[in-house]
Design a protein around this ligand. Structure first.
Ligand code: BTN
Length: 250
């Protein structure tokens, strides 16, 4: 995996902040260059998808947001998160967590336990890509309800992973997928995403008040999830509509 050329060329680092995405959104709105990144050692108001809190204790994990100026039509942009997921899972695997896979739309999981997530937010013509990675061994610094469903790169790899080195690995892994998405849109990355999907993971989705259990069978060309329900019916799942959870073993 080669190093990045434009991603992270402008880099801002904080010991702590509310959210690296808050800082990156502000920078994006004031014209920051494509590929500007913000990293922090801790976040006091880290956020995840669907208004959830992203626990961000100091010192141990990676909190990074990048300003991406995406030339795709508005309708395609929500699929950028899938391109990020592909690069992210490649970086996590290259760091030693060979069993890592993607849970739609953009969680990285090992045996159903989450170790990284992506939150994309629009800022005018830019998108701020926020990435949180549980890096260092042990989940005892996370809230108990999060820790029960979480793992870390070090735990999955079984060896130490240094944060600065992982950041370089991540930027190098992400950049080609962001470039591919910019050139070809969702259709250019759905095959790669599907190849890295956690295929056997039992999932439950809540869609318009209805609960459907089943498993992922792939993506439509626009990036929507194809989920085969336990009743055999194939459902199309569109981002933003659903919560999607791993079904715990009986
Ligand atoms: C999710 O899985 O729900 C997405 C989590 C995204 C967390 C990252 S950490 C860096 C950036 N700053 C935030 O406040 N959120 C994202």
């Amino acid at each position: 995996m080669s190093g990045p050329t434009w991603l992270g060329h402008h880099r801002i680092e904080r010991v702590s902040c509310t959210s690296t995405s808050d800082l990156a959104l502000g920078l994006a709105r004031s014209g920051a260059a494509h590929g500007t990144i913000v990293v922090a050692g801790a976040q006091t108001a880290g956020r995840g998808r669907l208004g959830r809190v992203w626990a961000s204790p100091p010192g141990r994990h990676l909190y990074l947001s990048a300003v991406v100026r995406c030339p795709r039509p508005l309708l395609e942009r929500s699929a950028l998160t899938l391109a990020v997921g592909v690069g992210l899972v490649d970086a996590v695997r290259a760091a030693g967590a060979g069993g890592a896979a993607l849970k739609w739309p953009n969680d990285v999981v090992v045996a159903g336990k989450k170790l990284a997530g992506v939150l994309c937010e629009a800022a005018g013509d830019a998108i701020v890509v926020g990435i949180g990675v549980n890096l260092a061994a042990g989940t005892d610094d996370l809230p108990p309800e999060v820790a029960a469903r979480a793992t870390t790169v070090e735990d999955a790899a079984g060896s130490p992973v240094e944060r600065a080195g992982f950041e370089r690995l991540l930027l190098g892994a992400l950049e080609p997928w962001l470039d591919r998405f910019a050139a070809g849109g969702p259709a250019a990355i759905v095959g790669a995403w599907t190849a890295r999907m956690a295929a056997d993971l039992p999932l439950a989705i809540e869609q318009r008040g209805r609960r459907i259990t089943g498993s992922a069978i792939g993506l439509d060309p626009d990036g929507a999830l194809r989920l085969r329900g336990d009743d055999g019916v194939v459902h199309r799942v569109v981002a933003g509509e659903v919560t999607i959870a791993v079904v715990p073993p009986a």
